[in-house]
Design a protein around this ligand. Structure first.
Ligand code: BES
Ligand code: ZN
Ligand code: ZN
Length: 483
């Protein structure tokens, strides 16, 4: 796929197909096309082809970034079924030039993502060229440079999302912690600005990461702690991401029922997002030091499995009563967050498919943002809104904190109540955050949006790379504040 920007008039651009956007059935808004089109035939949804004039009419629901993404996604999906090589399109501008171009590129490229590794019949992936013309813009604020920045950013983000989706969509039989470590090493091999350290089980033992090790015990696949770093010369801040990398979550001895176990290959989504985030930030060349720490393991059953009733001494020295082995993500994260704090981050963000409760509470589209610092949470929420991802702040309170008290250890890995499970999981993690980092930490529960079981908007079935775009947007916003 290739996306180009041109200042030429749309009539002067050569392409196999022209896009004309329809807002409230009004085609004039974004195109001067003289084509006569019978709108009584057009139901006002999705796309409609005028073969004679080589025009594809595409519905634009509203003039906002999400609708731009959806329109360009619809356009790609339709055009990829035709025997064509190039498309020309007017530029749709909404408020900010950079964000408009990010949205056009993301929509087009998100639609082109396909996971067909395990299909014997592979559809030819369509290589379409999109040329976006700016000639019809009468806006003095328009800058070709910003358009190019936007296109490049959109492409980098969409490719990083595809990288993350490939990891999440892969199957537990092949995609083990060792494979995740190999992908991380390859990422560093391809990008000279990223370095990668892989720590094995001996290191975890030496570091007393007993909570992480307990989760791994019944698995035939050894665990890996993945540490990716990006350290640009003039870094203004250091941000550390920590990702839950459960390559499979069977629930362990507190075994999941069959229906709930299905899809648990996506329990590595937080780790996969942390890998995609550092890839995107490095390619964007942002002047922020970034680390991605991923705890990669399976949660399985067997004679050696850790058990409900066990007590684990974590790397931070906090003892944990295990009451349910299916609450394993927080155990892995507890030790990874401890390791991450040794890096002395200015901001520490973990991403995890942590709780079913978060999906029940917020639905399948929305990430839960938790933490102690209201300003940081609100700033992050603003970035998420601009990124095209949905998120909302879930507030802690002292009464929920009571629910993870243990009679036998410093903390219990499950709550004593059926209610508030997303927040009590967040409060569990908070137990492992040192005083000096309490206000620098955010927890993102991406259990809802990380995997799409019913396609919506421009998201197709499977992994969605949830968390990636909002985190990269947040890091970009840190630089803006710096100025
Ligand atoms: N990986 C799951 C959370 C999850 C559930 C992610 C559904 C995506 C969709 C996590 O490890 C888990 O099983 N959590 C338990 C915690 C409970 C035992 C306290 C849950 O949410 O049921
Ligand atoms: Zn679990
Ligand atoms: Zn899990």
């Amino acid at each position: 796929m290739k996306i180009e920007f041109s200042t030429k008039k749309i009539e002067q651009i050569k392409a196999d197909l022209e896009l004309v956007f329809v807002v409230n059935k009004n085609i004039k808004k974004f195109s001067k096309s003289k084509a006569v089109f019978d709108f009584t035939q057009y139901k006002g949804e999705g796309t409609c082809l005028d073969i004679e004039n080589k025009i594809l009419y595409v519905e634009l629901k509203e003039l906002d970034y999400e609708s731009i993404r959806l329109a360009f996604s619809d356009a790609f999906k339709f055009a990829s079924k035709l025997n064509i090589k190039s498309i020309k399109s007017p530029c749709i501008l909404h408020e900010c030039v950079v964000k408009s171009f990010v949205a056009m590129a993301e929509g087009f490229l998100f639609a082109s993502y396909e996971f067909n590794k395990y299909k014997s019949e592979k559809k030819d992936s369509k290589d379409l060229k999109l040329i976006i013309s700016s000639s019809e813009i009468n806006n003095k604020n328009f800058s070709a440079n910003e358009a190019k920045i936007g296109l490049e950013r959109g492409e980098i983000l969409a490719l990083a999302c595809a990288f993350t989706k490939d990891i999440v969509n892969d199957i537990p039989q092949n995609y083990t912690p060792l494979k995740m470590a190999e992908d991380a090493k390859n990422l560093a091999k391809k990008d000279k600005n990223i370095t990668c350290k892989i720590h094995d089980e001996k290191f975890l033992e030496k570091e007393k990461m007993n909570a992480f090790l307990a989760v791994n015990r019944a698995s035939v696949h050894p665990p890996r702690l993945i540490h990716l770093s990006y350290k640009p010369k003039n870094a203004k801040k250091r941000v550390v991401f920590v990702g839950k990398g459960l390559t499979y979550d069977s629930g362990g001895l507190s075994l999941k029922p069959a229906d709930y176990m299905l899809t648990m290959k996506y329990d590595k989504s937080g780790g996969a997002a942390a890998m995609g985030i550092i890839k995107a930030i490095s390619e964007l060349g942002l002047e922020i030091e970034v680390h991605s720490i991923i705890g990669a393991t399976e949660n399985m059953i067997g004679g050696d499995a850790y058990k409900p009733d066990d007590v684990l001494i974590s790397r931070e020295g906090v003892s944990i009563e295990v009451r349910n082995t299916d609450a394993e993500g927080r155990l892995v994260l507890a030790d990874c967050l401890s390791y991450a704090q040794d890096l002395k981050p200015d901001i520490l963000i973990d991403l995890a498919t942590l709780t079913g409760a978060c999906v029940v509470g917020l639905g399948e589209y929305t990430t839960g943002i938790m933490g102690n610092n209201e300003k940081l949470q609100n700033d992050f929420y603003e970035s998420s809104k601009k990124s095209g991802e949905y998120a909302t702040v879930l507030h802690f309170n002292p009464y929920l904190k009571e629910l993870i008290k243990s009679n036998i250890a410093d903390v219990s890995n499950t709550s004593s109540s059926r209610y508030g499970g997303a927040i009590t999981a967040g409060l569990f993690l908070e137990k492992f955050i040192r005083k000096e980092f309490k206000d620098k930490w955010l927890h993102l529960d991406i259990a809802g949006p990380a995997y799409v079981e019913k396609a919506w908007s421009y998201h197709s079935f499977g992994a969605s790379a949830a968390g990636l775009r909002m985190c990269v947007n947040f890091v970009i916003s840190l630089l803006r504040k710096e100025k």
